[in-house]
Write a protein of this length. Sequence first.
Length: 203
Amino acid sequence: MRPPVNSCPICQSRLLSHREGQQDVWMCPENHGVALTLAEGYESAQEDEMRLLWQLAVGRRPDVGHPRPSHRGCPGCSMKMVTVDLPYDDDEIDEGEEGDGENLGEIEVEVCTMCQFVWFDAGELEELPADLPDPELSVDQQAQLDRIITDFGNQMASTFAERDGRDPAERFARRVAGRPGLHRGLARATFWSSRDDEAAGLR
């Protein structure tokens, strides 16, 4: 029998959501570990480790390691995850690239390749070096980024404006297109309730 959705893959207890800075994590009330989406992982861990984690999970880095079937179910969808051995270092240069530093260690991590949920056993997430601040964009780079964002928004608005808007799904899509931060909020709302932090004694 599959474990219930939004449950600890070890004890099947309901996970409790907690927000730490810009990151949302789902904690096992029995302290078995934490779950987070791959996107949330970029908020705390270094980018090269998170990129490598996904590449390993989907079998794109056979030079580094191979994914193995896990008996644990995904906290998000309950499908079986894969296990990978993730090496880490204190730089943000991709593994094997010029300038990549010596690895400091390795942790075993479970990943769901269906919904991109990642499970860290207790203490594993803290082993990964903290994310390094991104360098500030130059004036030209910021201007280019602003143009890309504006053009994308205009294209989305134009696409939805051509539709008659009678379909509720279309109206919802227009709302998402007009709110860049809404996608992340929807992912959080799928698993979070305001009672979670209180139940965990975190509010």
